[in-house]
Design a protein around this ligand. Structure first.
Ligand code: SAM
Length: 233
């Protein structure tokens, strides 16, 4: 399958194994991943955020219930919420999630915004787990005809070492552990090159006992994200 499908499959496998109840996809684009996730009945709250309102709106009504959602209901209702906003801003409605996904998003941010993203995701949203994917620059010489970045809108592409340096700093600063993996490998390639898309799977580090988790206090806080879609079924 194409690489983007492999990235979605990676997230879906994680969801099947870890059964998160609340999932938010950052940079959800046209909600393709969210449409796949809505069939996982353990999920109670599925949220998506993108800065681009038109791209969310393009297909968001495909998240509406279909007859089988009523014929084979889960044990609890599913809430789907879509927001327009930037991952550089804190919005209390994204706190307390079990899983945050950020698939091929960070390389579209300026480096100072990556710092904001890091603080917002790990310091503020503080999910139980986060899956972050980004291109692996070490792999680029294996891509035929590629000069420069893989996409004109990429602000950077990190090597394995650069990505891992960032990720380990995140762990130290915010109390997470990370496992490095990825999708897309050429058979018999040098193992040191790694995957075409590199992925960090972060889990909150509970080895020091449960840290007191921040309570949502939605009423008192500023809500910078704009609600584009909200359905419960
Ligand atoms: N996650 C999707 C996927 O894997 O197919 C889409 C990836 S697309 C390459 C990057 C997405 O990030 C775009 O939809 C873009 O609008 C969004 N994006 C870029 N900057 C953003 C920001 N500051 N806050 C939220 N979304 C942003």
């Amino acid at each position: 399958p194409p690489l983007y499908i492999q990235r979605y499959e990676f997230v879906i496998d994680f969801v099947k194994k870890n059964k998160p109840k609340k999932v938010v996809d950052l940079g959800c684009n046209d909600c393709t991943l969210l449409r796949k996730l809505k069939f996982h009945k353990e999920i109670e709250l599925l949220a998506g955020l993108d800065i681009d309102c038109a791209v969310i709106r393009a297909k968001m009504y495909e998240l509406a219930p279909i007859p089988t959602d009523y014929l084979q209901p889960g044990d609890h209702p599913l809430t789907i919420k879509l927001y327009q906003g930037s991952v550089t801003e804190r919005d209390p409605r994204t706190k307390g999630f079990d899983l945050v996904t950020s698939i091929e998003l960070i390389e579209h941010l300026q480096l100072e915004d990556v710092d904001r993203f890091t603080e917002v995701v790990f310091g503020y949203m503080a999910p139980v787990a986060a899956i972050i994917s980004t291109p692996n620059a070490d792999f680029n010489p294996l891509l035929p005809g590629l000069t420069g970045f893989r996409h004109y809108d990429h602000k950077f592409e990190w090597t394995k070492v650069e990505f891992q340096t960032w990720a380990l700093k995140v762990c130290k600063e915010f109390g997470y552990v990370v496992a490095f993996t990825g999708v897309g490998q050429i058979p018999a390639q040098e193992e040191s090159i790694g995957f075409c898309s590199q992925i960090g799977v972060f889990q909150i580090d509970r080895s020091g006992g449960d840290a007191p988790r921040l309570q949502n206090n939605v009423a008192e806080e500023h809500l910078p994200y704009r609600v584009l879609y909200n359905v419960v079924y």
